[in-house]
Design a protein around this ligand. Structure first.
Ligand code: AMP
Ligand code: GLY
Length: 414
């Protein structure tokens, strides 16, 4: 099989590395890829959003399978386009990608099919939204109804903060001209439940716990994710089984009822409340950094999984029992503004490392994004995995990088 992975981050690095070990693989391309993927795959310097050029590339190189990494490609209908051209895409069609790109759509679907989630209201009008804030209690959650790179959600602990957020989203239109969802605040441990999906078949992966806040002790603004671990001992097996059946399988079924057949990764961002697990959000792609801790746990051949789904066959997937814990090294100033082009030393010496936002400048590896590197450790316990990850991080030298020191604390201190 000739495979093309679209993207350039840590998720694509982790995914592509796993694909490179598949016995079904003939040739692997990553578009555009990063300095990490260039070691085992061929990086292709074409913009994945330039569908015509990508198609020419696919035809020239007899690509059999495309795996889009990020939601933007899916929202722009990349799957629809390549499926029409006869190439298998492991990623949902545009209509299904709405589950992530429109929070209002996701909420309506959950409401219609009785999939548990927070109560909500939708607003376009700033004054009406302000009134709603006045009439309701804090904490309250405000979400921009569109793609905002993981930054369009604010948990407001004061009415002041809620009103400033509404001003940013509905008056200044910081993320675009869409609506906001104002949502009930839910409490409990969060977890990510990722599945491989093809229409009727839903194959769950081990759960992860992401750390979305920028700073230690979950302080600071939300980010794309600062660190993660898997599995998550504080979430019980019965809650996971319940969520697979009553959230993930039910959502795929709901979409089918709406005439939408879902293919690809389906990501449930869930929270275990006192009333049971509920949905915080859905994503229509592999998680980042979830992929970076799940791929080191996957023992099965990933292309075999994806190909068996294409053939509508359910296969047994095996995962090792290790704990994997990973930490994001981000540029100072992330998620607001940050410099690029800062030299990174010693990254090459570390095995358990994925490139999230780097590039090669002459002979140097330099920073090239907000989230720059992902370093993980493995262990028989979570603590051992954590110690292994942080030991490797110490070896990396770069003046412009910072990282959280407490990844895994909720389970380690439980
Ligand atoms: P999202 O981008 O929707 O996953 O939201 C980012 C983060 O905001 C989540 O991981 C939660 O920590 C927090 N969050 C979102 N919605 C809620 C909610 N209804 N109640 C409490 N926290 C929330
Ligand atoms: N783990 C956060 C995300 O992939 O959106």
């Amino acid at each position: 099989m000739n495979v093309l992975v679209l993207g350039s981050g840590g998720r694509e690095h982790a995914l592509a590395l796993k694909i490179s070990e598949s016995k079904l693989l003939k040739k692997l391309y990553v578009m555009p890829g990063n300095p990490g993927t260039s070691k085992f795959a061929k990086n292709v310097d074409i913009n994945p959003l330039d569908k015509v050029e990508v198609l020419k590339f696919c035809l020239r190189n007899q690509i059999n399978l495309i795996i889009p990494g990020c939601e933007i490609y899916l929202e722009k209908g990349i799957s629809d386009y390549f499926i029409k051209a006869g190439i298998h895409v492991f990623g949902p069609i545009k209509k299904a990608a709405k589950l992530e790109s429109s929070k209002e759509y996701a909420k309506q679907l959950m409401e219609k099919y009785n999939i548990p989630t927070a109560k909500y209201e939708v607003f376009k009008d700033y004054k009406k939204a302000l009134k709603y804030i006045d009439e309701n209690e804090v904490p309250i959650v405000i979400k921009y109804d569109g793609l905002a790179g993981g930054k369009g959600v604010v948990v407001a602990f004061t009415k002041e903060e809620a009103k400033l957020t509404l001003d940013k989203m509905l008056v200044q239109k910081k993320y675009g001209d869409s609506k906001v969802i104002i949502e009930e605040y839910l409490e409990g441990p969060e977890f990510s439940l990722m599945c491989f999906v093809d229409n009727n078949i839903v194959i769950p992966m081990p759960i992860c716990q992401d750390h979305k806040r920028l700073l230690d002790n979950d302080l600071g603004p939300n980010t794309g994710g600062m660190g993660i671990y898997s599995p998550v001992p504080i979430i019980e097996e019965k809650d996971i089984d319940w969520s697979i059946k009553n959230i993930m399988e039910k959502t795929v079924e709901a979409l089918k009822n709406e005439g939408i057949l879902y293919t690809g990764f389906l990501y449930g961002g869930l929270i275990k409340t006192i009333d049971g697990p509920k949905v915080i959000e859905f994503n229509v792609r592999f998680g980042d950094p979830e992929a970076e801790v799940l791929m080191p746990k996957l023992e099965s051949d990933i292309l075999e999984i994806i190909d068996s789904l294409r053939l509508k066959e359910k296969i047994e997937v095996s995962w090792n029992k290790d704990y994997v814990l990973g930490v994001v090294l981000a540029s100072n100033g992330y998620p607001v503004s940050y410099d690029k082009g800062k030299i990174i030393e010693n990254a090459n010496e570390i095995n358990n490392l994925y490139h999230m936002g780097t590039k090669k400048e002459f002979e140097n590896l330099v920073t090239n994004g907000g989230r720059v590197l992902f370093v993980y450790g493995k262990g028989k316990t979570l603590l051992e995995a954590k110690e292994n990850a942080y030991r490797d991080i110490e070896r990396i030298k770069c003046k412009n990088l910072f990282y959280r020191k407490d990844i895994g604390y909720k389970s380690i201190n439980a």
